[in-house]
Ligand binder design. Structure first.
Ligand SMILES: [Zn+2]
Length: 408
């Protein structure tokens, strides 16, 4: 059972004299998708088959779309509805939690979130193409289905994109025709099954502790970029606050630009950290181990960093990148119970809150072992992961004999 990897290649398109045919198709396609979404939304249809029978004939008649494009419009509409509903239920869940919290503290009630509205698509929104509505041809050309029949356009891939496109280990899937500021591009999806992980024989794993001061620390003691990111962060925070005070239209535009820049900056950092950690796992033939934050509730036991970590998109992104790059490289990722990883001595196993001297320093009250707190946590994570792999005990320090017996 191996995972499927996906990637998307975005290639500029030279549409030649086919601009009008594409624009017209785009408009009808999206009008159709909007109509389908409205019908399915109002009639509460979520099943693909039911939707197909309900809208197929009428889509073709009303919007003049061919059989295949009608099917693609329905797929686009249904996916958008599904995504909207998922977001809505997540919003509601967050609200319920916050509502309960405020009620317990006797604070003012929070108004419930606005109900989601049916997704709509603009006339310049993308056209979905599946395997039957487009075809990649020789000499970097692509044949696309339109209202005026099939047309051929020229793809303008760079060398990098071209190599990805012809790589036989990847299977080509659907594509999305995207129009942005007068330029068409084709976003081609590719899939491949992930290589099987090579599970290390002794269950060895590199433990990774994620944190605010150092974004990541591994159990070999390496820290990954803390200071430059913090510096950039505080610069962004200060500038953002200044712009928010200004509050003019131009300031708002600047804010938007800045949030994009900050995101791209963090994304790049996360890519690099994930890449070097996965590389380390590959060359040392170990698994990677992270704390599993999905199960923990608002218990008081939760470290403050964890509370932040669970809500911060940058950490979430780093976890995604790690999982993805690891799957890509055939590295196993293990999630371990985060309980006590920061309070337990990684040398003797003594567990006490007082072991944690401060944000950064760890000093064992029993054996006197002293080190960076993030490093200590990372070592604990790797130990728990190894125990779990060898089946000698549970996946948590709390239930492990090390925590009480001491000495290892
Ligand atoms: Zn100790």
């Amino acid at each position: 059972m191996s995972e499927t990897l996906t990637r998307t290649i975005c290639i500029k398109l030279d549409v030649g004299g086919n601009e009008a045919a594409l624009a017209e198709t785009q408009q009808q396609f999206n009008a159709a998708a909007t109509w389908i979404a409205t019908v399915c939304w109002e009639e509460r249809i979520t099943n693909t088959n039911t939707a197909h029978h309900r809208v197929y004939g009428e889509t073709r008649a009303r919007f003049g779309l061919g059989a295949q494009l009608s099917v693609c419009a329905r797929a686009k509409a249904m996916e958008a509805i599904k995504a909207t509903k998922t977001q809505e239920s997540e919003r509601k869940a967050r609200w319920r939690k916050e509502h309960a919290r405020r009620r317990d503290k006797g604070k003012k009630a929070l108004p419930p979130p606005e109900p989601a509205t049916c997704p709509q698509f603009g006339p310049r929104s993308s056209i979905r193409y599946d395997a039957r509505t487009y075809r990649l041809l020789a000499l970097d050309r692509v044949s696309l289905n339109t209202l005026r029949g099939r047309i051929a356009c020229r793809l303008l891939p760079g060398k990098w994109q071209h190599d990805m496109l012809v790589d036989p280990t990847w299977e080509i899937g659907g594509a999305e025709l995207v129009w942005r500021r007068g330029v068409y591009s084709l976003h081609v999806a590719q899939t491949r099954s992930a290589p099987a992980h090579a599970s290390p024989e002794d269950g060895a794993a590199i433990g990774i502790d994620l944190g605010l001061v150092h974004i990541a620390t591994d159990s070999s003691g390496e820290h990954f970029t803390g200071a430059p990111v913090r510096k950039a962060r505080s610069r962004y925070v200060a500038r953002r606050a200044a712009l928010q005070r200004v509050g003019t239209k131009a300031a708002k535009r600047r804010l938007k630009q800045m949030s994009g820049r900050e995101r791209r900056y963090m994304k790049d950092i996360n890519h690099r950290i994930a890449k070097s950690l996965v590389h380390k796992a590959v060359v040392s033939r170990k698994a990677l181990a992270l704390e599993d934050l999905t199960g923990i509730r608002d218990a008081t036991m939760v470290r403050r960093e964890h509370r932040y970590e669970r809500h911060c998109w940058a950490f979430f992104q780093l976890r995604l990148f790690l999982a993805y790059k690891a799957a890509w490289a055939g590295v196993e990722v293990r999630l371990v119970d985060p309980a006590y990883t920061s309070q337990t001595c990684s040398r003797c196993g003594y567990c006490a809150a007082s072991n944690r001297q401060s944000q950064s320093s760890f000093l064992c009250q029993q054996c006197g072992f002293c080190c960076h707190a993030d490093y200590n946590a990372a070592v604990n994570i790797s130990l728990v992961a190894r125990q779990a792999a060898n089946g000698s005990s549970g996946t948590s320090l709390a239930t492990s004999p090390r925590a009480s017996a001491g000495g290892s």
